[in-house]
Design a protein around this ligand. Structure first.
Ligand code: ATP
Ligand code: MG
Length: 709
């Protein structure tokens, strides 16, 4: 293989095998490239079979790309190599071994909204006030405890005071329910392999022997369970290579622990450290700007980073009077620049910021892709079908059963559902156990009948284990007559839901074709572990919008970082802990170092929050941490209001009352048609279909609508 494409330090990192290695280096210095070459080197030069390699990447997409790159380097079949995210690698191990831990291998993976529903149900059942015991907060707290590998009993033992005790109790019920449903949440995926290895030495030895060489990218963002997992597998053979950059640690809020990388050489005293100091990605102006901000952090390991690349243009800084103007400035800049749209990314701190930018791009017919927002697999109509598929695989998944027992509506109302749930809980039954005991339920005859038919259908799904994913899906869609259910409803929303179901059908069809031999549970696993970025295609000629967090590892010629305002980026308040500000600063560093050629920063003096309230804002301290001589602050417009004059094309009058069928214009969503008006007074709501078929319900008082003639 051709190793000429590596510099001497990179080459050393690739060739050093036998013993632990830490590759510790700044952004764009070729860490990921080294990892890729190293795998190719291990296979081709050292002769290690691909199935003996475990490589962990931060996204499934990164894994896919790395795999393709390796194949192009050595033209060898690497399909047996284990490469993927921690979650997918762990799910694979559990699928084969989870019976040792009291689950069955048809377990369901609950996503974050499923977990939240579970927590919510528990809080309700415990008769606690959901205002005081907010399900999202408790979900977050439970997850934090799990990430510290603390069991409900341990949390209970160390509880001080009422709130702590309740947390322990909710956590305990939560964990019990997961187990009863034969379901795992995302945290369990990482924790259970550790439990398995603790409990079952054979399994541990098997994987120690299988994964003879272990490589981990983005090691600075590993959490405690991930650290432990890697450590258990590698502590005997010690053939482990981790790469990372402490300045890019941005997941502390989710339990990542930067000490894992900073203390690697204490953990492995026999380790070799390779530093990469040449950056290949960015111009020197960009590197200097990024460094000037991140170097304000106290707790960091200083690293050299230099580049042979040109100095490049200055960092463009744009001050805007409000967020709408900011979006227009971004648009204007995109028009003026020579970079391809596929080479352009707009980064922001919070998903909510995308709306106004999207609106401006859409109105001006600039193609864009947005990563994040409402994810396809989290849409209601998709989750409903997935719930059917889940119960077809896992007969213990009561949460999914509850979701669809009355969907599409079959006359089993909430009162009946609650009675069924009570009955199941008292007898510790699954829904399939109900088949024989239906007559004991105190629900109406019609409901019993419907429930019976539903159960017969579910049972038939369960009995058809050898059917492919697509066959099962079509059985379901036909049986519940889903198409007619949606298309017979006289609203666009339902028609769109059906369109999404069709998209799901297509994607399962494609999956079944491309993955011969994989079944429905493989499909469900893959879907549960998909992240937004995995559905992203950088080849399209479109601008990309995403949060700063999603941009990790990627690179673009033209990068915008918008919303550089105190309270937004940094997202924390002035009074916050230094460590929180430090993480925000690292996030800025990650964002800025995605840039190859041109970085554009912007902030607004006023910003709409929550759709109607305009809040004045102060520019981010990060802007002031940039050296003046690196900045270009000339404005793009002579008049700040130039773009707004576009509105003059229509004859706009502000009306206090609207009628169905009126054509209206909204500042953010653009033009639309009034479909419905509900309520009155302060709570009067107005349903509008906007261009692009998005239907929104807005509170009239705040919507600030204008009627267009
Ligand atoms: P990050 O910290 O952002 O994850 P990284 O350290 O992983 O970055 P890579 O993504 O591997 O860096 O490399 C950055 C860019 O530099 C890529 O476009 C890569 O192809 C290029 N590059 C790396 N090393 C070399 C080299 N020796 N010669 C030419 N280009 C290189
Ligand atoms: Mg990388």
């Amino acid at each position: 293989m051709n190793l000429k494409e590596l510099n001497p330090n990179q080459l050393e990192a690739v060739k050093s095998t036998g013993g632990p290695i830490l590759i510790f280096a700044g952004a764009g210095s070729g860490k990921t490239r080294v990892l890729t070459y190293k795998i190719a080197y291990l296979i081709e030069e050292i002769g290690l079979p691909p199935e003996n390699i475990l490589a962990v990447t931060f996204t499934n997409k990164a894994a896919q790309e790395m795999k393709e790159r390796i194949t192009s380097l050595i033209k060898e079949d690497v399909s047996k190599m284990s490469i993927g995210t921690f979650h997918s690698i762990c799910a694979g191990i559990l699928r084969k071994n989870i019976h040792h831990l009291g689950y069955t291998n048809s377990f369901t993976i609950y996503d974050s909204s499923d977990s939240k529903t579970l927590v919510k149900n528990i809080i309700k059942k415990m008769n606690l006030d959901p205002k005081q015991f907010n399900p999202s907060s408790y979900q977050y707290m439970i997850s934090s405890k799990k990430n510290l590998l603390l069991s409900p009993t341990e949390v209970s033992e160390s509880a001080i005071g009422y709130i702590d005790e309740k947390l322990a109790e909710i956590y305990m019920h939560y964990q019990n329910e997961l187990e009863e449903n034969n379901a795992l949440d995302f945290d369990d995926l990482l924790i259970l392999p550790i439990k398995l290895f603790d409990k079952n030495l054979n399994a541990l030895n098997y994987y120690r022997d299988k994964f003879k060489y272990i490589l981990v990218d983005e090691y600075q963002d590993t959490n405690k369970p991930q650290f432990q997992f890697i450590n258990m597998l590698s502590e005997i053979h010690r053939d482990i290579c981790v790469v990372g950059d402490d300045d890019q640690s941005i997941y502390g809020w989710r339990g990542a622990d930067v000490r894992n990388i900073l203390e690697f050489s204490q953990q492995y005293p026999d380790s070799k450290i390779v530093k990469l100091e040449q950056n290949y990605r960015s111009t020197s102006n960009i590197l200097n700007a990024a460094y000037s901000v991140v170097s304000k952090n106290q707790n960091r390991a200083d690293k050299k980073l230099w580049t042979k690349n040109e100095e490049g243009s200055k960092i463009r800084l744009i001050e805007c009077h409000d967020d709408r103007y900011e979006a227009n400035q971004v648009l204007k800049y995109i028009y003026e620049s020579d970079f391809a749209k596929s080479e352009t990314v707009i980064l922001y701190r919070t998903n909510a910021q995308s709306r106004v930018i999207e609106d401006v791009l859409r109105k001006n017919a600039v193609p864009y892709q947005i990563i994040g927002g409402v994810k396809f697999y989290e849409r209601k109509e998709i989750k409903d079908i997935l719930a059917y598929l889940r119960i077809a695989v896992n007969p213990m998944d009561n949460l999914s059963f509850e979701r669809v027992v009355n969907f599409p509506p079959r006359g089993i109302g909430n009162t009946s559902i609650n009675k069924i749930k009570d009955y199941m809980e008292k007898g510790e039954l699954n829904y399939l156990d109900l088949t024989n005991t239906i007559d004991n339920l105190s629900i109406g005859a019609k409901q019993k009948n419907e429930l019976r038919n539903f159960l017969i259908f579910i049972q038939s799904l369960n009995n058809n284990k050898n059917k492919s994913a697509i066959e099962v899906l079509l059985d379901i869609v036909n049986e519940i007559d889903l198409k007619n259910y949606y298309l017979n409803q006289p609203n666009i929303e339902s028609h769109e839901r059906w369109k999404n179901v069709e998209e799901l059908i297509l994607s399962i069809e494609e999956y079944s074709e491309q993955n011969q031999g994989k079944d429905l549970s493989d499909f469900l696993e893959e879907v549960s572990l998909l992240t937004d970025i995995d559905r992203y295609n950088q080849d399209y000629d479109s601008v990309t919008l995403m949060t700063l967090h999603s941009a990790k590892g990627l690179e673009y010629s033209l990068v915008f970082i918008v919303g550089l305002e105190e309270g937004l980026f940094p997202l924390t308040a002035y009074s916050s802990l230094d460590s929180d500000i430090d993480e925000e600063r690292r996030l800025f560093y990650v964002g800025a170092t995605r840039t190859m050629k041109q970085l554009v920063l912007s902030y607004a003096n006023k910003r709409m929050r929550y759709g109607y309230e305009s809040i004045s804002s102060q520019r981010s301290r990060f802007v002031d941490e940039l050296p003046k001589e690196l900045l270009d602050t000339k404005q793009l417009y002579t008049s700040q209001y130039q773009t707004h004059s576009a509105n003059k094309k229509y004859n706009i009058k502000v009306h206090s009352s609207f009628e169905i069928g009126d054509r209206v214009e909204h500042k953010v969503f653009g033009k639309g048609e009034v479909l419905k008006i509900e309520g009155s007074g302060d709570l009067e709501k107005i349903v509008i279909r906007f261009t692009g078929n998005t239907v929104k319900k807005l509170i009239k008082k705040y919507a600030n609508l204008s009627r267009i003639n």
